[in-house]
Ligand binder design. Structure first.
Ligand code: AKG
Ligand code: FE2
Length: 306
């Protein structure tokens, strides 16, 4: 049997404008990939080599090299609640930055880490976060149109909150492989991930096989559906199960954009029919995110029992 491959969607074409044939056929591919695999490799040409080098040879290294007491200053505040935080285990460090598509919010975060400022950090993180936000909005527009619920797109995007997550996985000691991030689905609506040249992210197919994500260029991303996307789509979209397995002799860095809905998510009426009876009660997305643990499903939170 051939080993499974991840679906690839090319969003780099100049022709990709709503209404064109390329747009319509790409929208179908996007929905098909999200329904069948819960993810796709997203090809685009928005990340310059300069930005790639800035992020992986300077920005993330400098951030994770800060003393632990400084990184621990990243704690939820009333302005930036629980999505703003730092976590560390023996092999993995993760740091989330709330509202990262705003340069002002990114600068506030930067000033907490570097009181004398670090404009290179704020600009690079904000730039890649905005690239990921624009890609996410394109994908959302395609999905909403393809499902015939385009009229809800503007309000959905208007209530989306963007959080950038940065991760560092330590270089394996003595070449011993380790599990850097255990199997999970994201509590987000959607997630877009970018990484350095060290692979390790694996995606689980519906029949349980693991596929390694191998970016084909410095401008590749992987797009993953989260639990909230599944509920919103009334079960059509498959939330992507993934993990990080580390091997080799280099540290791995990744940066991702996690999207959250600021209010209550309802299944659109148009997505309820005989074949798809209502499967999810309305739920507050941020409450779900704070309740979510590794083995807590969206069905346990707001599923309609049949
Ligand atoms: O580092 C990665 O590639 C994956 C990180 C991840 O799955 C997460 O932060 O939820
Ligand atoms: Fe994840």
């Amino acid at each position: 049997m051939d080993s499974p491959k991840l679906h690839v969607v090319d969003l780099s074409s100049e022709e990709l404008r709503p209404g064109t044939e390329t747009w319509i056929s790409t929208s179908k591919q996007v929905c098909h990939a999200l329904e069948e695999y819960g993810c796709f490799v997203l090809k685009c040409n928005q990340v310059s080599l300069d930005l790639y080098n800035a992020i992986y040879t300077a920005v993330l290294q400098d951030l994770f090299d800060l003393p632990t007491e400084i990184k621990q200053l990243i704690t939820p505040t009333s302005e930036q609640p629980f999505l703003h935080r730092y976590s560390a285990s023996s092999n993995h460090e993760g740091l989330s930055l709330d509202d990262s598509t705003s340069l002002e919010a990114t600068r506030k975060f930067t000033n907490l880490m570097w009181p004398a400022g670090n404009d290179h950090f704020s600009r690079s993180v904000n730039e890649i976060s905005k690239i990921m936000m624009n890609l996410d909005q394109t994908v959302m527009k395609m999905v909403f149109q393809n499902y015939g619920v385009d009229k809800y797109y503007d309000s959905h995007v208007g209530s989306t909150r963007y959080v950038t997550g940065c991760s560092k996985y330590k270089k394996p000691e003595k070449h011993e492989d380790y599990l850097g991030f255990m199997i999970h689905t994201d509590g987000s609506f959607s997630t877009i991930l970018h990484q350095n040249e060290v692979n390790g992210l694996e995606i689980q197919t519906k029949d349980g096989q693991w596929v390694l994500y191998e970016p084909s260029s410095h401008s590749s991303f992987i797009y993953l559906a989260g639990d909230a996307f599944k509920a919103w789509s009334n079960g059509r979209i498959h939330p992507c199960c993934h993990r990080v397995l580390m091997s080799g002799n280099k540290a791995r860095f990744s940066v991702g954009l996690f999207t959250f809905h600021k209010g209550v998510i309802h299944v659109p009426d148009e997505l309820i029919d005989e074949e798809h009876p209502l499967g999810y009660k309305p739920f507050n997305h941020l409450e779900y995110r704070s309740a979510k643990k590794i083995d807590y499903s969206i069905e346990a939170h707001c599923g309609v029992s049949l």
